[in-house]
Structure formats: C-alpha cells, structure tokens
Design a protein around this ligand. Structure first.
Ligand SMILES: Nc1nc2c(ncn2[C@@H]2O[C@H](COP(=O)(O)OP(=O)(O)O)[C@@H](O)[C@H]2O)c(=O)[nH]1
Ligand SMILES: [Mg+2]
Length: 238
C-alpha cells in the first residue's frame, strides 16, 4: 500500500521536529510503509527549514515538502497536498495536524481500515475517543460544531470537525477536492459531507486528542463564522 501523510504547517517549528521522527518510528515498528508531505505556508518561524534539515538527515526518500509563498489557509493547503499525492499515485492520503494533538500511534490501525472503508475518521466523539487539555469553551465549540453540522446535514458521523482522517484515492477522485470551497475548519466538514453524499463508506476510529502545548492555535473568529454559514450553504446546495 502506498500511503502519504499530509501535514499542513504554519508556525510549528517546536512541534514538527518531534512529530516527523515519531511518525516514522511508529510506522517502522509496525512494518508500515508511508511517506510524509509537509505543506508549509512560508512560516516565519522557519518550520520549513526544520523539515528540510530532517530530510537531509536520514529521511530523504520518505519526507517531502511543498512550500507555498504565504499563508493561504488550511483548506487550500490540504487541496494542494491531495493533488501532490494523487499526481504521484498514492493509494491512501492521510491528513493530520502538526501540533502533536494527533497521536501517530493510531496511524497503522487507521491505515488498515482503508482496506474495508473509503474514509477513516479519527474520532473524539465515539466510545474510546477523548479530549485532553481543552478548556470548556474549546470543548463546547468543537462538540457543538460537530453536533450542529451533523444535525443540519443529517450525516451519521460523530466527529465532523476533526482533522485526523484518511481518504482512499478513489474517494478523493470521487469528491474532487477542487470543488471544496471552505478555507478553515469547515473544510473538514465539507469533505466528509461530500464523501457521505456520494455514498462512500466511513469508519470512525476512536482517538485521544491532546491539546497542543507548544505555539498557538490558528483558530480565529473568521474561521469559526465560516463554519457556521458553510454548513447551511452545503445543506441548501443540491
Ligand atoms: N499550510 C497551512 N497550515 C495551516 C494553516 N492554518 C493552520 N494550519 C495547520 O493546520 C493544523 C491545525 O491547525 P491548529 O491551529 O492546530 O488548529 P486547532 O487544532 O483547531 O487549534 C496545524 O498543523 C497548523 O499548523 C494555513 O493557513 N496554512
Ligand atoms: Mg491543533
């Protein structure tokens, strides 16, 4: 199986150097072969230089970086990453955050599930799933956001806003990522909704999500508001 793990970064210099070797270590332990693509938006904290340093020091054939000129949003970073992977023939395309919230230990099992499912969702909101370290407001926004989107869009997926997911190649080709309009967190909702509408099979895999301890979240009021109206836009678009 040829798998690509896509990690979008903006100012993750204190996280990315820990995450990349950790991912490769977990994969090696379980005998899974996968590559990593970092999509960096010219982070001022020199995240890209750290990735390039790792590439030169042992990971040259397995680690890749897509450099973009400026911060263009999470959604477009993923779309660029998906194209990069589809063009190169990967069969499974995973997405995960750089900030160590998404524990790589789940990757081998999640990848295995793509043999029987088109989309594997790392889920905080199924039995066994959990959030560590978030205050009440962040919990309410995330849980409320998933329930809000789930209710309006009538989809049976519990974690619609999460960003730790794996897509099979045929699912991505079926959705066509170019048609996704959301820029921020709504991107996760929109992708899952389009896959559900097209009849792709989902598996929700319980994950323990741990809040970042280094550097800042890029969640903003604008991104939050986008998610609120996008859900209605999706519902009202035939
Ligand atoms: N390339 C790129 N990555 C981004 C952008 N915005 C956020 N990210 C990355 O997307 C991931 C999720 O963002 P984060 O701020 O942790 O979101 P939160 O977990 O919801 O607070 C992290 O790896 C960020 O570095 C962006 O505009 N461009
Ligand atoms: Mg995060």
């Amino acid at each position: 199986m040829r798998a690509l793990i896509i990690i979008p970064t903006f100012n993750e210099s204190r996280n990315i150097g820990v995450l990349i070797p950790w991912v490769f270590e977990v994969l090696k332990e379980k005998g899974v072969e996968a590559h990593i693509l970092v999509v960096d938006d010219n982070s001022p904290d020199r995240t890209a230089q750290i990735v390039l340093g790792l590439k030169e020091n042992g990971f040259s054939s397995r680690l890749f970086i897509l450099l973009r000129k400026r911060k263009m949003g999470l959604g477009s970073a993923y779309v660029a990453g998906f194209h990069w992977g589809l063009d190169r023939g990967y069969h499974c395309l995973a997405q995960m955050d750089a900030d160590l919230s998404h524990n790589p230990v789940y990757l081998p099992e999640m990848l295995k599930k793509t043999k029987t499912h088109s989309v594997v969702v790392g889920s905080r909101y199924v039995p066994g799933g959990f959030i560590k370290g978030w205050g009440i407001w962040r919990r309410v926004i995330s849980r409320g956001g998933s329930l809000y989107a789930k209710g309006i869009l009538s989809v049976p997926i519990h974690d619609l806003t999460g960003g730790y997911n794996i897509w099979t190649r045929s699912t991505l080709l079926g959705i066509n990522p170019d048609t996704i309009r959301s820029e921020g967190y709504a991107f996760q909702i929109e992708m899952k909704y389009q896959a559900f509408k097209k009849g792709f099979r989902f598996s929700e895999f319980p994950i323990i999500f741990v809040d970042r301890t280094q550097q800042k979240s890029k969640m903003s009021k604008r991104i939050f508001i986008e998610a609120i109206y996008r859900v209605w836009q999706l519902r009202l678009t035939p």
